[in-house]
Design a protein around this ligand. Structure first.
Ligand code: SF4
Length: 688
């Protein structure tokens, strides 16, 4: 706080950028944020915070914040014009009701937000199921960690990481796979480095030479898309070297014989060949992990965003099961680095096409009946459409309306031409947003929403820790929370969603969701954060899972026998490079908030990382412009020559809308969950 002028008030809340969930103190002067500082005693961040959490707040008072509803009155080609809330909600209510009544609820899709609170996500799924009468409901975890939910549930029983962040402090070996926490989850990255400085061994499995590689004992620089081969090879080596915890596997796991059958095809040499790495490197990774007493796994989107992302999660989980490094009090475990602040919570709250809150199946008649009785409306019984399927349904005339809460699907979803075609095909597109995003530009109605710094509720971080969010600022202009907007819209459609406050919504969720049964706002305010599952008001919540039994039907961890299958898209003579997309420290996802923060002008424009050998061969130098062509589009970038990428691979982000990276990416998706393959796109480079 360099400015000596007095602060009007300070609010403690939870960071709304990444899934680490740092506790922050927001200092306000004259209704503007004067500074944000980390909370020193906070259990997650222990007084640390990164450049985004601390400094990326100027967007809150950006001059282009949406402060009034916008509507088009003469079709999609007419301009958006300001409207009153009554007028805008009247238009949305009338048109949604007409579509629902004419075509049925299945003609409407709702995309909820991983940036919104749990309570807003709870209300959004209740609105979709009880007012719109559809399970066509999803959130952006579909695009990042849906393979984690599916894979961890199948392997261990619950759709979350197994251990608390603090267990890294006790790990003597950390395996970081497909994650660059230094940039994407900086507080985790710093904790891992500290642990290495204190003596832990570090294995990094990543196609890129990330910052953590400088601290690692081993870097397995595997080809993008080869994760299953890598993990099968390590599993094979663990078994061959006698690193298997036989008692654990015998008493607490299933599927060992099926796994060993498949692993016959993945001796170390073959697995290393498939992954493009030296067998000795893979063997050393297996030796370090297998000989550690308390090995921990930390992974991210480099594992999930593949056509075989769920298989990647499951074969990675195999390593923890084989060594007995999960379901113990010794630390260890599998930690999943969630991208957006509340991507865990959005799914926990049931903003999913097949699952009600707490991952309760919508096809189970007993569960559905419990929700139907509580809500007074029959919950639709058929699983709905996933996000990417909604786009196909729109372009084929089965989906007539798309309701998007706080996601810029036209910028961040893959193969954006498909997204734009879907938006154009819909009779009605409605979105809630802070700014006129690329998606909002296609919308018939845009409703001004508020950011995490202006709302009340809870988020769930990557550890399953439920934390309070408190408003530090009043909403600008006429902007409203997603919670208020959903209530007002439901009322305009002659429905009452109940639970008038966020605290009421959490209480209702708790009454219907066993894993949240003990969680209330009052308890969080009194006692601090709680882990789910928290099954009763007198239970502390389970930070460390599966100490007695796994939550699978037979109580055992399930080893997965999965073959390696190649990525959905392969390079060839026309498109010889592999484009990997990811994140950089200074920007966050679509960049809508960080690009509006002058003190984050650290990266004013996106670049394409190219290996020095490839740059020399193509005659490219730093700053030269290169056209990147995929089978779908062409986008130009300035070149950044760096050996952080391997030869034959290039890297960039999708944080800048005028460099539409996702026009390049493909429609290939995880065969289990539909998570897009953002990590493998075949491209050609053409010097400009
Ligand atoms: Fe926010 Fe994540 Fe940075 Fe913590 S590490 S301050 S949660 S962006």
């Amino acid at each position: 706080l360099l400015d000596p002028a007095p602060i009007d008030r300070t609010t403690t809340t939870t960071c709304g950028y990444c899934g680490v969930g740092c506790s922050l103190r927001v200092h306000v002067r004259d209704e503007h944020i004067a500074a944000i500082t980390p909370v020193h005693g906070a259990p997650v961040n222990r007084g640390h915070a990164c450049v985004k959490g601390r400094f990326a707040h100027a967007f809150t008072r950006s001059r282009d914040r949406l402060t009034t509803p916008l509507i088009r009155t003469a079709g999609r080609d007419s301009p958006l014009r300001p409207a009153t809330w009554d007028e805008a909600l009247g238009v949305v209510a009338a048109r949604l009701s007409a579509i629902r009544d004419r075509y049925g609820g299945e003609a409407i899709g709702l995309i909820s937000s991983a940036r919104a609170t749990n309570e807003e996500n709870y209300l959004a799924q209740k609105f979709a199921r009880t007012v719109l009468r559809t399970n066509n409901l999803d959130n952006c975890s579909r695009l990042c960690h849906s393979p984690s939910a599916a894979g961890l549930t199948a392997s261990f029983g619950l759709a979350g990481g197994t251990n608390p962040f603090d267990d890294l402090d006790r790990a003597d070996c950390i395996l970081v796979a497909g994650a660059n926490p230094t940039e994407a989850h900086p507080v985790v990255g710093a904790r891992i480095k500290q642990r290495v400085l204190d003596g832990a061994r570090l294995i990094v499995i990543d196609p890129r030479r990330t910052d953590l590689v400088g601290f690692a004992d081993v870097h397995v620089q595997a080809h993008p898309g080869s994760n299953v081969a890598v993990f099968n090879g390590i599993a094979c080596a663990l078994i061959d070297a006698g690193h298997v915890d036989e008692g654990f596997v015998r008493h607490r796991a299933s599927g060992f014989h099926e796994l060993t059958d498949v692993l016959r095809d993945y001796p170390l040499d073959r697995a290393a060949h498939l992954a493009g790495v030296d067998p000795a490197t893979l063997a050393e990774a297996a030796r370090l992990y297998g000989s550690a007493r308390r090995p921990a796994i930390v992974y991210g989107l480099g594992i999930t965003e593949h056509t075989h992302g769920t298989d990647g999660v499951r074969t990675l989980a195999n390593l923890a099961i084989l060594t007995g490094a999960v379901g113990t009090t010794d630390g260890c475990g599998v930690l999943t680095l969630r991208g957006q602040n509340n991507v865990q919570g959005a799914s926990d709250m049931g903003a999913l096409p097949d699952l009600l809150p707490g991952y309760q199946s919508v096809t189970d008649p007993h569960i559905r009946d419990r929700f139907s009785r509580a809500w007074g409306v029959e919950v639709p019984d058929r699983p709905g459409l996933r996000i990417l399927d909604m786009f196909d349904a729109a372009t084929t005339g089965r989906l007539h309306a798309l309701y998007v809460i706080g996601e810029d699907i036209a910028q961040t979803d893959p193969d954006t031409r498909r997204v734009q075609a879907a938006l154009a095909a819909c009779d009605l597109v409605v979105c809630h947003d802070l700014f006129l995003s690329r998606t909002a530009e296609h919308a018939d109605v845009v409703l001004p929403a508020v950011s995490f710094l202006e709302k009340d509720g809870t988020f769930v971080n990557f550890e399953r820790r439920v934390q309070r969010v408190h408003p530090a600022l009043p909403p600008p202009g006429q902007a409203k929370t997603d919670f208020e907007i959903l209530h007002l819209l439901a009322a305009a459609m002659d429905a009452d969603l109940g639970c008038p406050t966020p605290a009421d919504a959490m209480a209702e969720c708790a009454s219907l969701t066993p894993t949240f049964a003990g969680i209330t706002h009052a308890r969080l305010d009194r006692d601090g954060p709680l882990y789910w599952p928290c099954r009763a008001p007198d239970q502390p919540g389970e930070a460390r899972l599966y100490l007695d039994r796994f939550a699978t039907p037979d109580g055992r961890a399930a080893l997965a026998a999965r073959p390696y299958l190649p990525p959905g898209e392969q390079p060839d003579r026309r498109f010889p490079f592999v484009l990997v997309t990811g994140r950089r420290l200074a920007h966050y996802n679509s960049g809508s908030m960080t690009r509006r923060t002058p003190n984050l002008d650290l990266v004013p424009r996106e670049a394409l990382d190219v290996h020095p050998d490839d740059a020399a061969r193509l005659g490219l130098a730093d700053g030269d412009v290169v056209e990147v062509a995929s089978r779908r589009a062409r986008v130009t970038f300035p070149v950044n020559v760096t050996d952080s990428v391997a030869p034959g691979q290039v890297f960039t982000t999708f944080a800048f809308p005028d460099q539409p990276t996702n026009a390049l990416t493909s429609d290939c998706a995880d065969t289990t969950t539909g998570c897009p393959e953002y990590k493998v796109t075949a491209v050609a480079l053409r010097p400009g």
